[in-house]
Design a protein around this ligand. Structure first.
Ligand code: SF4
Length: 97
């Protein structure tokens, strides 16, 4: 059973009916901080998942050839990147691919 609030209920019900929600409605969902509201969104998403794909789980095997690990970004979770000239930095050449 869904725990709903007056603001979220029409949005979640429209989504469950297979209708697209608007950008403004999506923003309303993203702005929720109340635990009950977040639970409602999560339950709605789970019901949509159940409606659309049931309990079938799929995945994609995705392989990338990283021709370099030199990157100017500094994503805090990344253990891959190196600065140019830093130990361990590399560029692959055609013979290596
Ligand atoms: S994840 Fe790593 S390699 Fe990717 S953009 Fe962030 S720092 Fe660069």
């Amino acid at each position: 059973m869904l725990i709903t609030t007056p603001t979220l209920d029409p949005i979640c019900q429209r989504a469950l009916a297979g209708e697209d929600i608007s950008e403004a409605e999506g923003i309303v969902l993203l702005q929720q901080t109340d635990g009950g509201a977040i639970a409602t969104i999560r339950q709605t998403a789970d019901r949509l998942r159940q409606q659309q794909s049931g309990d079938t789980v799929t995945y994609v095997v995705n392989r990338n050839i990283n021709f370099t690990n030199i990157c100017e970004q500094h994503c805090s979770f990344c253990a891959f990147r190196r600065d140019a000239g830093e130990e361990g930095a590399y560029w692959l050449n055609e013979g290596m691919i």
